[in-house]
Design a protein around this ligand. Structure first.
Ligand code: GLN
Length: 309
């Protein structure tokens, strides 16, 4: 018998969290950005925005963490809104990948990032958002505040500084793309990428973002200011093919839902035309995806038959 996602209950979410939280022990908190290693590895949270826009949360759903690569979908949204889909994808590919998120991939040969979900593509995407200095970042932050209806969201100065000081691979990609002419601005554009990665959110914020893209860019409270089904389809397709990096294929097979992870330990999931899900557990697998987060999503998708396939 098929469960109805309108009937998602706190008690079911609670038992999914309890059953899967132990997986954090098999993962490791990211430490290549030193500031990230300070997080409490046992924190765990799961939130859902159901198809009536109701928020259901269990675990440490007030715990803030940095959104990291989840910010890449918001940057893509803004870059496409300002420049058109065609012009953005003249500069980068729609390819899936067998490479880790920080791989240079095709930059040396074709000069084009594989997709906007890997770092190279995301650094380019952010540079395509117009504005001087911090303006592109502020647009990303404001869009996240709008989607979550949460004006208190801000970024962590400490994580930002830590990324800026240690992000030499990202800096290398930035300068390779300056060399090809794909990027024309100054290193302030790379700083905007570091800032967007440092934005702090909760699983409730993530679930609202998941709901937004699942429902044609409409907000969980019914606000339709940015309604755009073509844009939502584009974002969901990118999440599906590359949102979990080189794990995306296996993730599509086992979970079957457009999702985007970040090395802060968050994963956002969109169940098209239905619900949004946000999970958090900071210990990661070898691909940089939250391990307990993945297992909670897998369990939830099975319990409610959420796979799109
Ligand atoms: N800020 C991180 C980086 O650039 C984001 C990576 C991620 O979340 N996968 O390395």
């Amino acid at each position: 018998q098929k469960n109805n996602s309108a009937d998602i209950s706190t008690s079911t979410l609670s038992s999914i969290l309890e059953k899967n939280k132990h997986y954090y022990k098999d993962g490791a908190v990211a430490d290549y950005i030193p500031e990230l290693s300070k997080v409490n590895p046992v924190s765990v949270a799961l939130s859902v925005v159901d198809n009536n826009g109701k928020i259901i949360s269990v675990g440490d759903s007030n715990q803030k963490f940095t959104m990291q690569s989840v910010s890449k979908i918001i940057a893509l949204m803004l870059a496409v809104m300002e420049n058109s889909e065609e012009s953005v994808f003249e500069k980068m590919g729609y390819y899936g990948t067998d490479r880790p998120f920080n791989h240079f991939a095709n930059l040396e040969t074709t000069g084009k990032p594989l997709n906007p979900m890997m770092n190279a593509g995301a650094i380019l995407t952010t540079s395509l958002i117009s504005g001087q200095g911090e303006e592109a970042f502020v647009k990303i932050l404001e869009m996240i505040r709008y989607i979550t209806n949460n004006p208190s969201i801000n970024y962590s100065q400490a994580v930002y500084q830590s990324e800026k000081e240690t992000g030499h691979r990202n800096r290398g990609m930035f300068y390779l793309m300056k060399n090809t002419g794909a990027i024309t601005g100054s290193e302030e554009q790379l700083d905007n990428y570091f800032r967007q990665c440092s934005i702090e959110i909760t699983t409730e914020d993530l679930a609202k973002i998941g709901y937004f893209f699942a429902n044609q860019c409409t907000r969980y409270d019914g606000d339709r200011r940015y309604e755009n089904s073509a844009l939502a389809k584009l974002i969901l397709s990118q999440m599906l093919i590359a949102g979990m990096y080189e794990f995306s294929g296996e993730y599509a097979r086992t979970v079957g839902l457009p999702s985007k992870s970040g090395v802060g330990g968050g994963i956002v999931v969109s169940v098209p035309h239905r619900i949004g899900i946000g999970v958090f557990s900071p210990a990661l697998d070898s691909h940089g995806n939250s391990l307990a987060g993945y297992h909670m999503i897998l369990d939830l998708a099975k319990t409610y038959e959420l796979s799109i396939f």
